[in-house]
Design a binder for this molecule. Structure first.
Ligand SMILES: [Fe+2]
Length: 352
């Protein structure tokens, strides 16, 4: 059952979780009621997780008691068109004892990247995408018969907190509709998802927006990476929409590259400065010989090349987001603090 907009507004005074164009309280994954009540104060996220490898991050994540954990891709390395093989890998992941314990206490949301979608660097052409979508959504406990299960892709949004303390998470799907490499106007999202995204921005009254995608929007590209700017039309359209709707407190989150990184660059027609936090490598990161290259290219004080997860806290009084990339022990490896400019709504980096 969906909650009507009127009921949403009525419930605002008591329930701090709502969504209009995105997920409703009834359609949130299992354990979601834990999110009801206070505004979003803390969440963890991570990406790139080999289901058969040691997974040291679940315990420190559980210790931090985040209000949710968000997958940003490569929850497993399925890389197959055989759905029974994919399912057995998801089952292996769910039987990991530390993940299981974390899952019992922390609501889990997320999106996928290529390896859990089904194939390295795959897009719309992957033949098993409908079946794979079902397996992924089952894995993150998406209830049956939601709008998300019927959509062309697994994109969705969640909105938390009362007016004035409202945070919105937008989760893109960069795989289901991604055009072929041979297409000169390569698109990342597909028209349906673009329309949805525009509506999400147009209807949002959130104070902070976490735009979350598996691959990076702002970090520097190298030859073999799959960042948004490798899709110039989509990159342009993204910032055109951000220019048009100006969502306050916009921070990009990403996974994918097998290291953690803070990035920033001006974008859009007025060259507004945007920020991104990337965390990738829950079980594995870039190989040893590549670590010094990453640190040199992405900045020694901006990148972290060992196993890591992201931890985000909101300081609602100060209108700040405290972003930590934490190591396998849960210790802070890198920190950035962003504060929202009350006039422009843009974030400024104020500390690290
Ligand atoms: Fe990966």
């Amino acid at each position: 059952m969906e909650i009507s907009r009127r009921n949403f507004l009525i419930s605002l005074s008591s329930a701090a979780l709502l969504s209009r164009a995105g997920q409703t309280a009834q359609t949130l994954p299992r354990k979601a009621p834990l999110l009801m009540g206070p505004p979003l104060e803390s969440l963890c996220f991570g990406a790139c997780n080999r289901e058969h490898k040691p997974q040291p991050c679940w315990r420190p994540i559980q210790k931090l008691k985040p209000q949710l954990f968000m997958w940003l891709g490569d929850t497993i390395y399925a890389d197959t068109q055989d759905m029974s093989e994919m399912l057995s890998k998801y089952r292996q992941q769910q039987s990991n004892l530390d993940y299981k314990k974390m899952r019992e206490q922390v609501p889990i949301i997320g999106t996928w990247d290529d390896h859990d979608y089904g194939e390295n660097n795959a897009g719309a052409e992957y033949p098993m995408k409908k079946q794979s979508r079902e397996l992924f959504l089952d894995f993150i406990d998406e209830p049956k018969k939601t709008k998300r299960r019927a959509a062309n892709g697994i994109y969705t949004s969640y909105t938390f907190g009362p007016v004035g303390q409202r945070a919105k998470i937008i989760l893109f799907d960069l795989r289901y509709n991604r055009s072929l490499k041979s297409d000169p106007d390569r698109d990342l999202l597909g028209e349906e998802q673009w329309q949805w995204f525009e509506e999400e921005l147009a209807s949002s009254d959130a104070d902070f927006h976490l735009l979350s995608s598996s691959t990076s929007v702002l970090s520097s590209s190298v030859l073999f990476t799959e960042d948004w700017d490798k899709f110039p039309k989509s990159y342009e359209r993204l910032f055109e929409l951000l220019d048009r709707y100006n969502p306050p407190g916009t921070l990009f989150l990403a996974g994918d590259k097998h290291f953690g990184c803070f990035s920033s660059r001006p974008a859009g027609k007025n060259s507004k400065r945007y920020y991104e936090m990337m965390s990738s490598g829950l079980t594995h990161t870039v190989p040893g010989f590549y670590k010094p290259v990453v640190r040199k290219y992405y900045g020694a004080h901006k990148s972290f090349t060992d196993i890591n997860f992201g931890h985000i806290r909101f300081d609602w009084k100060r209108q700040q987001i405290i972003c930590d990339i934490r190591n396998r022990l849960g210790k802070v490896a890198l920190r950035r603090i962003y504060e929202k400019d009350p006039k422009t709504g843009l974030l400024n980096e104020i500390g690290f």
